[in-house]
Design a protein around this ligand. Structure first.
Ligand SMILES: C[S@@+](CC[C@H](N)C(=O)[O-])C[C@H]1O[C@@H](n2cnc3c(N)ncnc32)[C@H](O)[C@@H]1O
Length: 220
């Protein structure tokens, strides 16, 4: 049995291999999020990357001229991000805590790629994103989807997230589409787009199903 690690210390340990592993897994979630969001962003817009890690999710936004701010718990992941010169500002912060250390309406846009599956209850995070984003701003993120097959293993079938331990010994959570839709609505977002895609799980012949969402904060 693997030792349970938390999602920050786990990433500190794997930071040096992270970018290489993303390439091996042929995970293009970053490109998908950027492509889905591109029509809504402009050069010089301020973008927060929640769980920025080594910066893969922000790289293309930075190249498109946005001002990238990053927040993450893992110093080792952020050291690599810093060396790439993608972000204007990086903060170390445990995302289990709220409020996030930013003022109301500070960002035009918020992204989070490959992060929300480390959290069971996403409601505090969505409420915070709603607070720090400007009206009409874009919130783009991925989740690990709860499939019917996995749903069957959930006692009663009425929980919002199913959890299991990853190969690396970190607890991960799969969320249902209807849970995400409910959270978006309850935090002031309209869903604009959703894309379903597969990423290799690291185990032979098994792919994980991810959803990418682009939502827009309503209001004027
Ligand atoms: C799979 S990586 C994704 C990194 C980057 N967004 C990307 O797309 O490549 C998940 C990131 O979330 C961060 N993370 C996980 N749990 C966290 C927590 N509780 N607080 C802060 N950061 C956390 C990890 O440190 C890691 O950098």
């Amino acid at each position: 049995m693997m030792n349970k690690k938390n999602s920050i210390s786990g990433h500190d340990e794997y930071a040096a291999e992270y970018d290489q592993q993303v390439r091996e897994y042929e995970c293009f979630a970053h490109e998908a999020l950027f492509g889905l969001s591109f029509e809504h962003v402009n050069p010089h817009d301020r973008l927060l990357d929640i769980g920025i890690g080594t910066g893969l999710g922000s790289l293309l936004f930075a190249r498109a001229g946005l001002e990238v701010f990053g927040i993450d718990g893992s110093i080792e992941m952020m050291k690599i991000c810093e060396s790439k010169n993608i972000a204007k500002d990086l903060k170390q912060f445990d995302l289990q805590n709220t409020p996030l250390p930013y003022s109301d309406g500070f960002f035009e846009h918020v992204i989070s790629c490959g992060v929300f599956h480390f959290f069971d209850d996403l409601e505090p995070m969505f409420k915070e994103v709603s607070r720090i984003i400007k009206p009409r701003g874009i919130f783009a993120f991925t989740i690990l989807a709860q499939t019917t097959e996995k749903e069957e293993r959930v006692a009663g079938g009425n929980r919002e997230a199913y959890s299991e331990m990853s190969r690396e010994g970190i607890t991960i959570f799969m969320h249902r589409d209807r849970y995400i839709e409910k959270l978006l609505q309850g935090s002031g977002f309209d869903k604009l787009k959703m894309l379903k895609f597969l990423v290799w799980s690291g185990q032979e012949d098994i792919d994980d199903l991810y959803y990418a969402y682009v939502a827009q904060r309503y209001g004027i």
